[in-house]
Design a binder for this molecule. Structure first.
Ligand code: DGL
Length: 275
């Protein structure tokens, strides 16, 4: 068991830019924590890859952060959380928090009619990550799941209020309306960006669950519980690393986070591969 320095950074990784939705939540709750974010922009998307590839990449991403002496890792990517979390926890002696369990818990606390919908990448849905976790936590719950793969490129394209987004969302979400869910889990990093359109189609009575928000609350509790919450009064530092296209990442991230990225570095994918 390691003992971490309170001022050590929190590491966050994702397949690319989507994890910024999680990072933003963490930064707004844990303002004085130092953050190191890694986005694997050279190998995105993870959501259409095989389990063995997602596990291999996730191990490399975690190793990169561990070398930066982080005190905890957040697996912001739902696909990686669904497939690789257990392996990462077995392999590394450091607290690792995924987004599935916090999202499932928040959905269970929220639903009144016990009908929960889950949307995610094909990998997350095919692996039944949310439905198994939800059923494990409450065997009586009814879960309706559907992969919405087009939402990722739409969000990357910035079509947040585009008519095409509404058409696609209607097609995907009718299933949940037909099944009368009152809670819908946004089980992919990119989906909170489309929350306004999704909410419009689902109607105001349906509550959307942002797993990244739920995970950031769990991170706070975890740090407090282990006595490793940073006690600095300064605003935390933020470092960003990507495996490709740092300029694109920088402009999207600055627009999304609303602040300038002072430290952004491209790292070579080859250097992630530990032989
Ligand atoms: N980050 C992924 C997730 O949350 C979405 C993008 C991808 O497929 O890599 O599942």
């Amino acid at each position: 068991m390691h003992f971490f320095n309170k001022s050590a950074p929190i590491g966050i990784f994702d397949s690319g830019i989507g994890g910024l939705t999680v990072a933003k939540r963490v930064m707004s709750i844990l303002t004085n924590e130092n953050i190191i974010y890694f986005g694997d922009t050279a190998r995105v998307p993870y959501g259409s890859k095989s389990n063995s590839t997602v596990i291999e990449y996730s191990i490399q991403d975690a190793q990169f952060l561990i070398k930066k002496n982080v005190k905890l890792i957040i697996v912001a990517c739902n696909t990686a959380s669904s497939i690789a979390l257990d392996t990462l926890r077995e392999k590394f002696d450091i607290p690792i928090i995924g987004v599935i369990e916090p999202g499932a818990n928040l959905a269970l606390e929220t639903t009144k009619n016990r009908k929960i919908g889950v949307i995610g990448t094909s990998a997350t849905i095919n692996n039944k990550a949310y439905s198994e976790k939800l059923k494990q936590l409450d065997s009586k719950i009814e879960v309706f799941e559907k992969a919405c793969p087009l939402f990722v490129p739409i969000a990357e394209e910035g079509w947040l209020n585009h008519p095409a987004t509404k058409l696609v969302a209607k097609e995907y979400l009718q299933y949940f309306i037909d099944n009368n869910v009152d809670t819908l889990v946004l089980g992919c990093t990119h989906y909170p960006l489309l929350a306004a359109t999704i909410q419009e189609i689902m109607g105001e009575k349906v509550t959307l669950i942002d797993s990244g928000f739920a995970a950031s609350l769990q991170v706070e509790n975890h740090l407090k519980g282990r006595g490793i919450r940073n006690d600095s009064v300064q605003l935390g530092t933020k470092e960003f690393y990507v495996s490709d296209l740092p300029d694109k990442f920088k402009s999207v991230a600055e627009r999304f986070l609303g602040s300038e990225l002072t430290h952004i570095e491209k790292i070579d994918v080859e250097s992630l591969i530990v032989r």
